[in-house]
Structure formats: structure tokens, C-alpha cells
Design a protein around this ligand. Structure first.
Ligand code: ZN
Length: 52
């Protein structure tokens, strides 16, 4: 087992997440919404390293 920097987040511990949803506005119209946020990397669990 060797400790390596996490590839998906590059060792930064966080990654960009994108979520596509459909919301209904006040007029009852459905429109697509894309939400983006920076959150904990799912590949390394926020540690920044993986063990291989
Ligand atoms: Zn990571």
C-alpha cells in the first residue's frame, strides 16, 4: 500500500460537483437548473490521498 495524491481532486481534497435538476417556477413552468458547487472529493473522502 502506497500513499498517492488523489487524481480526481489533485490532492486538493475538494472537487467541483455538478447537479442537473428540473425546477418549477412560480408560473408552473418547468425549467432545467444546473447547480455547481465545490465539495469534498468523493474519490478520497476529503483526505487528498489514496492508498494503492
Ligand atoms: Zn480526492
Amino acid at each position: 500500500m502506497e500513499e498517492r495524491p488523489c487524481q480526481p481532486c489533485g490532492g486538493l481534497r475538494v472537487t467541483e460537483h455538478t447537479e442537473h435538476t428540473v425546477e418549477t417556477d412560480e408560473n408552473g413552468n418547468q425549467r432545467p437548473v444546473i447547480r455547481q458547487w465545490t465539495g469534498l472529493c468523493g474519490a478520497c473522502g476529503g483526505s487528498g490521498v489514496v492508498y494503492q
